[in-house]
Design a protein around this ligand. Structure first.
Ligand SMILES: Cc1ncc(COP(=O)(O)O)c(C=O)c1O
Length: 454
């Protein structure tokens, strides 16, 4: 198999595999940035200037090229898609783990099947179990809640603040003698304010798990996200930055956390490859899962990692120019970004006076084809029916059967600040391939809509 083979699409044309790959990526991600324009009628019936075709698309697939293709072919040709053995010599996951740890500035990385699996491994790595409390933000993805419940521990919600991430003051308020860890989730491409979080956590003896699923490659004051707390996790599902469709990773510099996480991801057993990294085993075998990453996933991720900095540069450049273009507008407040240089530029976020104004703003922006929406990609967990009702897979599950578990009340009163913030924020998604013209169009449109609204 060579990259020069021609591939026929719907009998229309002969394309090289490379051309086919980029064509299908554009189609699959719905990305047609810069490929055309649409005309809308202006207010007085005159033809308004053409609107650029704006679609942020899925980020990682827009960077697929012969590197992913070559790496996948190597796995197929070697006949060894399993990471530990096969007729060839499987090295893709091994190399990906080494490069990923180096990139993130940690001693160890572990490739797993998803971000959810990575969270379960990290929780096992920290030794969290029944009787423990884990503080998580009230607005986040399901997996930050399920990893706590699946360990038999009790999830305690803290409000988010204008970073759209956990409010350090509410985190501190929620600490009890039973608090074992906090999950600092870097949501929507923006960073948690890690200095106060780490200060509080260290003072109170609370472990810090950084969930970087929505912020892969971000950094805080010069340190890569995931390397600041005790353990970090990533997701490589298609909505994230670098992607293999599904996939995840755990990073840490703590050999005990690493061994426990590696054991959990492989039925509780440990292989040489991990003890070669973290030293002689410190833990006996316990019941775990199978969350092993395949060589096919490792191949794609190894190639995507070489492009992560490029993806970040493009996203940050585009988001930065839009933030710059609207920062002087009175009546809207930009998302608080504790370190704007470390933000990954997944979106541009700003706050309106109230929900009515926010909804009108989104409506007007969308009419003009700007990809505006409410905050997306996460859930207001404390007001979800299954959370309010503390439903688990078995009625005797330990999480909510302890004295504290029975006492805790979820629902809107447990997260008023979060609900208010959620209702006032506008999100505008950013694509890595946006052109200067698209960025300028988004800025102009926000400015015009703002003028009409305030
Ligand atoms: C913040 C956060 N954590 C964890 C996950 C779980 O990742 P995965 O979908 O790979 O299981 C996601 C997925 O959307 C997420 O957004």
């Amino acid at each position: 198999m060579t990259t020069q083979n021609a591939t026929k699409i719907e009998g229309k044309q002969n394309l090289t595999r490379r051309q086919f790959l980029s064509t299908s990526c554009m189609t699959l991600s719905g990305t047609a940035v810069g490929l055309g324009t649409q005309r809308l009628l202006g207010r007085e019936g005159t033809t308004a200037p053409p609107i650029p075709n704006i679609n942020p698309g899925y980020i990682g697939p827009q960077f697929f090229d012969e590197r992913e293709e070559q790496a996948l072919l190597e796995v197929l040709e070697s006949g060894s898609p399993f990471r530990y053995w096969g007729p060839g010599k499987p090295t893709k996951v091994l190399h990906f783990e080494e490069k990923f740890a180096e990139h993130m500035g940690t001693h160890f990385a572990l490739g797993v099947t998803s971000g959810t699996a990575a969270l379960d491994c990290a929780v096992a790595g920290l030794g969290i179990g029944p009787g423990d409390e884990v503080i998580i933000p009230a607005y986040t993805w399901w997996s930050d809640y399920t990893c706590v419940v699946n360990a038999g521990a009790l999830p305690v919600f803290a409000d988010i603040d204008r970073t759209l991430n956990i409010d350090p003051r509410d985190f501190e308020r929620k600490i009890t003698p039973r608090t074992k860890a906090v999950i600092a989730v870097h949501l929507l491409g923006g960073l948690c304010d890690m200095d106060p979080i780490m200060g509080i956590a260290r003072k109170k003896g609370v472990a810090v798990l950084e969930d970087c699923a929505q912020c892969v490659g971000g950094s805080y004051r010069g340190k890569k996200l995931g390397s600041i707390g005790d353990v970090g996790i990533y997701s490589f599902q298609i909505n994230k930055l670098m992607t293999s469709g599904e996939g995840g990773a755990v990073v840490t510099s703590d050999p005990l956390i690493y061994e426990r996480a590696a054991r959990f991801h492989d039925m509780g057993t440990i292989r040489r490859v991990f003890t070669d990294r973290s030293g002689p085993s410190r833990v006996q075998t316990f019941a775990g899962e199978n969350f092993r990453m395949s060589e096919l996933t490792g191949a794609v991720l190894g190639a995507q990692l070489t492009k992560l900095d490029l993806m970040l540069t493009q996203l940050r450049g585009n988001a930065g120019s839009i933030y710059d273009g609207i920062k002087d507008l009175a009546g809207i407040r930009l998302r608080h970004r504790p370190d704007p240089d470390g933000d990954i530029g997944y979106g541009v976020y700003f706050e309106m006076k109230d929900k009515t104004m926010r909804d009108r703003c989104i409506r007007e922006l969308r009419k003009r084809k700007v990809p505006a929406s409410t905050l997306s990609g996460s859930v207001l967990l404390p007001i979800h029916e299954s959370v309010i009702n503390k439903r688990t897979r078995h009625p005797d599950w330990p999480s909510f059967n302890s004295t504290e578990g029975k006492k805790i009340k979820y629902g809107p009163d447990s997260c008023r600040q979060t609900l208010g913030i959620f209702d006032r924020f506008v999100q505008i998604r950013i694509g890595p391939k946006y052109t200067e013209r698209i960025n300028n169009y988004i800025v102009d449109t926000i400015r015009r809509v703002h003028q009409d609204l305030v």
